[in-house]
Design a protein around this ligand. Sequence first.
Ligand SMILES: CC(C)(COP(=O)(O)OP(=O)(O)OC[C@H]1O[C@@H](n2cnc3c(N)ncnc32)[C@H](O)[C@@H]1OP(=O)(O)O)[C@@H](O)C(=O)NCCC(=O)NCCS
Length: 141
Amino acid sequence: MTTYQVIQGLEYCPDAAAIRHAIIEVEEGYVDTHDEYDQTGYHAVAYLDGVPVATGRAYHDPGSTVYHIGRVGVLAPHRGKHLGIGIMGQLESQVRKVGGTRVELSAKSSARTFYEQLGYSLDGEEYTIQGCPHVNMYKNL
Ligand SMILES: CC(C)(COP(=O)(O)OP(=O)(O)OC[C@H]1O[C@@H](n2cnc3c(N)ncnc32)[C@H](O)[C@@H]1OP(=O)(O)O)[C@@H](O)C(=O)NCCC(=O)NCCS
């Protein structure tokens, strides 16, 4: 059975921190994935039969109704089971609930199709972050 939790503040959501570490830092080799938005942001976690397997984060700049989604990842053995879609759905619902009107994100170019299937549109040219090609994408809620 798949269940989801959305919690504000990474310090209250160690499962999100652990999954992010396993995927984004260990598997993909990014550094410095923590910032000030971890504290104010919403962290979604997917559980498969009680085991945490996927995460993602949404935050906004104070005074804005634009939210930013990122740090999205599903543990490798569990990809392709629509858990990524589930995490995005949880985050978008949370954004709507707190008055957000638009979501923006920086997608790895290899994941562009994943976000397009969820209704996100391309915004601008490709660029690199820590050597990896990315594109900006957005969706009005
Ligand atoms: C990208 C990622 C989050 C997708 O999660 P997932 O649970 O495997 O994806 P889902 O099962 O929800 O896929 C939903 C749809 O998107 C497609 N899709 C998933 N990943 C894709 C990718 N990298 N490229 C293109 N399409 C993709 C799936 O085929 C699926 O389509 P379908 O409904 O026709 O079967 C996951 O592969 C992952 O964690 N990758 C490593 C970390 C990463 O790249 N994060 C994104 C950073 S921007």
